[in-house]
Structure formats: structure tokens, C-alpha cells
Design a protein around this ligand. Structure first.
Ligand SMILES: [Zn+2]
Length: 80
């Protein structure tokens, strides 16, 4: 009887360890991916100059046109 309890205890310990390690690695992977996606969208911004009201504004991601936030005139992106 004590042997059976010991095996069960070891199995439970191994199971808890496996679940714990999987959780830690899962969260690590998840936050790493999320951070990469977030920093990409923060880094890649496109700059626009409104030719109607001369406002300079940016929009996330690469795009060719975006409406002006002040006068909603659709401008094409600034090329440097
Ligand atoms: Zn404008």
C-alpha cells in the first residue's frame, strides 16, 4: 500500500512539474510573440502631410493613403 501511494505521489509531482513548465513556456512564448507584434506596429508608422491644411500626422503600418484627422482630406504618404 505505501508503494502505491509513493508512485502516485511521484506521478502527481511529475504531472504538476510538466503542467508548470508548459505554462511558463507557453506564457513566455505568448508574451514574446505579442511584444514582437506590438513593437512592429509601433515602429512601422507612415508619415503624411496634409496638402489642404498642412497638418503632419502618422498612421500605423505601411500604407499609401490615409485621411487627415483634421479635415479628412485623403493624402498620399510622404516620401523621403
Ligand atoms: Zn488636413
Amino acid at each position: 500500500m505505501p508503494v502505491a501511494i509513493l508512485i502516485e505521489f511521484e506521478t502527481l509531482t511529475a504531472l504538476f512539474l510538466a503542467v508548470g513548465i508548459t505554462t511558463v513556456f507557453g506564457l513566455w512564448f505568448f508574451y514574446e510573440r505579442r511584444e514582437a507584434i506590438l513593437s512592429d506596429s509601433r515602429r512601422i508608422r507612415t508619415t503624411f502631410l496634409c496638402i489642404k491644411c498642412e497638418l503632419i500626422y502618422t498612421r500605423p503600418r505601411q500604407r499609401e493613403t490615409a485621411p487627415c484627422p483634421r479635415c479628412s482630406f485623403i493624402n498620399s504618404r510622404l516620401k523621403f
